[in-house]
Write a protein that binds this ligand. Structure first.
Ligand code: ATP
Length: 343
């Protein structure tokens, strides 16, 4: 330990923003690794609201028994307006001081990091852990919950696809992700969707979709799956317009909150556990204003402001292959046939 670093005796952990499967694995890791490091660990209920309202319990190893396989977050989560005010921050700091909480692990998204940064400015050491199914945190290639959510969505889409084929329907399946298209893109590839609508790319050219459906129909395809991202939305009205234009029965299915629940996958449990431990290690080293990340095959950490200033782009190569594997190959085959015929 360097001379300037103070040894942290007590830390707190909270989950904030939208819940995500795997958050419990991260909470468990913070509690158990913190105890291993000789720290007192406090669990803070309902995110920043619970901090301000003093809903705080001292955690022992047994408090996190049996939670690894549970979806949601046993600590609960909330959106807390008060944290956006100077009074709310002052109150949160006061409560931390009252309990002797010198370090805080905040599991959540960008919004939660902004709150954490303000607490750090008031002397509470903070480390953020990326928890969101949307994968929309720029500094990291992995966020807790994405893997489970995308697997849940994939399984649901497989099922809708079965019935769409039997009934020769077009299905528009809306997946979550807020303004990010990661869940939609991954499902587009994993489910072999005919079309994928991403908020980052969609040009609102419905005629192109209609032409694709008619084209596929002509070639004898029995179904047409469109994976639509939440950020594009309007699946029900889109289905009505597509049915009217193509004559193909078209149904919209909005998967909704089922994607946020369920037992976390192995990857979410392992990565969330690793990130929880890393957050504790950073606090133990006296670090603050850090966020944990997974990038280029390694777990690492960034300065919170640097992380908040980063942007990331949905992988253009993944978009290209998604399109190539859906309907474009027909066009290539057809072009080849045309050439053969000309010869
Ligand atoms: P998700 O992306 O999963 O919804 P998030 O952490 O981005 O997660 P938000 O609702 O944006 O979700 O933020 C969670 C909480 O963090 C807010 O309810 C609020 O208490 C706090 N917070 C957000 N932005 C700020 C801010 N600028 N200053 C202080 N606190 C903030």
């Amino acid at each position: 330990m360097k001379m300037a670093e103070k040894k942290i005796k007590a830390i707190g952990v909270l989950t904030s923003g939208g819940d995500a499967p795997g958050m419990n694995a991260a909470v468990r890791a913070v509690v158990r690794h913190g105890l291993t490091k000789g720290m007192k660990v406090f669990g803070i209920k309902r995110g920043y609201s619970g901090l301000i309202d003093e809903e705080i319990i001292e955690m022992k190893a047994g408090n996190v028994s049996g939670i690894l396989s549970l979806g949601g977050t046993v600590l609960g989560t909330a959106r807390c307006k008060e944290m956006r005010t100077p009074e709310g921050i002052a109150r949160a700091v006061e409560v931390c001081n009252k309990y002797g909480i010198e370090g805080l692990v905040v599991i959540g998204g960008d919004g939660s990091y902004r709150g954490a940064e303000k607490l750090a400015n008031e002397g509470i050491n903070v480390v953020g852990v990326p928890g969101t199914i949307d994968l929309d945190i720029a500094c990291t290639e992995y966020t807790i919950g994405f893997d489970t959510a995308v697997n849940t969505a994939m399984e649901a889409i497989d099922k809708v696809r079965d019935t769409s084929s039997s009934h020769e329907r077009c299905s528009i399946i809306e997946v979550m992700g807020r303004n990010a298209g990661y869940i939609a893109l991954w499902c587009g590839i994993a489910n072999g969707a005919e079309d994928v609508l991403l908020p980052e790319k969609y040009d609102y050219d419905e005629q192109k979709l209609i032409d694709n459906i008619i084209d596929n129909r002509r070639r004898g395809k029995t179904h047409h799956i469109i994976v639509n991202a939440e950020g594009v939305g309007h699946s029900a009205s889109m289905a009505r317009r597509i049915e009217a234009a193509t004559g193909m029965e078209t149904r919209a299915t909005i998967l909704g909150y089922m994607q946020r629940g369920g037992s976390p996958t192995c990857k979410d449990r392992v990565y969330a556990s690793t990130m929880g431990c890393l957050a504790v290690d950073l606090l133990a080293e006296g670090k603050t204003k850090r966020v944990v990340s997974y990038a280029n095959g390694k777990f690492r950490d960034y300065d919170i402001n640097e992380a908040l200033a980063m942007t990331k782009e949905i992988d253009p190569y993944q978009i290209e292959i998604c399109s190539s594997l859906s309907h474009n190959y027909y066009k290539t085959e057809e072009a080849a046939l045309d050439v053969d015929e000309e010869l």
